[in-house]
Design a protein around this ligand. Structure first.
Ligand code: LMR
Length: 352
């Protein structure tokens, strides 16, 4: 018994010694000092998730924003970008933001309309005619009011980014209004967008951005509305090789941050974030416009891609068919938003 006890004690001591050796517990040597690790504890990481490619108006704006914030904060704030829906898709990113699993996103405003139905005012087609009007509205008081509404869902709205005008990309030509008949058209989740396609005689199919390519491959949709930069960067044109330049609606992004995360930031960091966004704003709007133009040119060079410019007569017919949609908005949502929208366009003396 005595031998057994002392044997067990020795074995236990050997095991402790072995474990300690492997874990470096008894070592007097300190770990080598790594300069680059200095201050990492004080670093603020902002995880910014989005669903489009890096070479798009949103992807590039996110990169430029990250660079500026890092520069201005001397590396104290790092914005990590996760593009292409690699972390969250457009159906999950809003919840992930509200839960602070990620800190920033920039979804198309249409994707906020389930939570904030009045935002559908921006989904109304044929209101904005050109890039100047687009910028006026997205930087004016109505946009400010929309961003403030985000407070009610634990989100701080920062600004709007632009992508541009939506066109129709389809597997067969859609030019006359009748061409929409029974076409299965992919749409972003928004009741107004649904009504728009129903009025045009099509069958609207809500799909997340990440599934569009797959749905096209599997012939589950025949068409979609999107900007040239999205059609180009995701190669939708390889299946939807008919593109009608309709400019019928806009696609823009609300840049937002988790509200609690924001409230916990020091004032100087908040200022850096806001300044960085402000500094890139003009560049962002121009960049979006140029990118869409450049990629449209590239598409025009492709012999398998057919581009149609919507003629005035066809445009009139599309508009006439869609006309009841404004009444739908006025009846179902807060019509003051629509009035303010139209007022803002008028105030800037932009004659429609
Ligand atoms: C879409 O779903 O088509 C767009 O919202 C994608 C994007 O973020 O531009």
């Amino acid at each position: 018994m005595k031998y057994f006890l002392s044997g067990s004690v020795i074995i236990i001591l050997i095991l402790i010694a072995l474990f300690g050796y492997r874990q470096n517990i008894f070592s007097y040597n300190t770990l080598p000092y790594d300069d680059e690790q200095h201050g990492l504890d004080d670093q603020i990481i902002i995880n910014f998730s989005h669903v489009v490619a890096e070479n798009t108006p949103k992807g590039m704006a996110a990169e430029k924003f990250a660079q500026l914030v890092e520069e201005k904060s001397d590396g104290r704030v790092i914005v990590k970008i996760y593009p292409n829906g690699m972390l969250y898709n457009d159906e999950t990113e809003i919840e992930a933001l509200r839960e602070n699993e990620i800190q920033m996103i920039a979804p198309t405003f249409s994707k906020m309309t389930d939570l904030l139905p009045n935002w559908q005012v921006l989904d109304l087609p044929f209101i904005i005619d050109n890039n100047e009007e687009l910028k006026t509205v997205l930087t004016g008081p109505l946009s400010e009011k929309l961003l403030q509404e985000l407070n009610s869902i634990n989100i701080k709205g920062l600004t709007f980014w632009n992508n541009g005008f939506k066109q129709i990309a389809s597997t067969s030509p859609i030019i006359n209004v009748e061409d929409f008949y029974e076409k299965r058209v992919r749409m972003m989740p928004s009741n107004i967008l649904k009504q728009q396609f129903l009025l045009l005689g099509a069958e609207p199919i809500p799909t997340s951005f990440g599934n569009v390519y797959y749905d096209l491959q599997n012939k589950q949709v025949d068409a979609q509305e999107n900007t040239i930069s999205n059609i180009y960067s995701k190669r939708f044109y390889t299946m939807e090789n008919h593109i009608t330049l309709s400019n019928h609606g806009i696609l823009c992004y609300a840049v937002m941050i988790n509200e609690d995360f924001w409230n916990n930031l020091d004032e100087d960091i908040k200022a850096i974030i806001l300044q960085s966004l402000e500094e890139i704003q003009d560049w962002q709007f121009e960049q979006a416009q140029q990118m869409n133009e450049k990629e449209l040119n590239s598409l025009m060079q492709m012999k398998d891609v057919k581009i149609y410019k919507l003629q005035d007569s066809d445009r009139k017919q599309w508009k006439a068919k869609i006309q009841p949609i404004y009444e739908v908005y006025r009846k179902q949502y807060d019509e003051n938003y629509l009035n303010e929208f139209l007022e803002e366009l008028k105030k800037e003396q932009i004659i429609k």
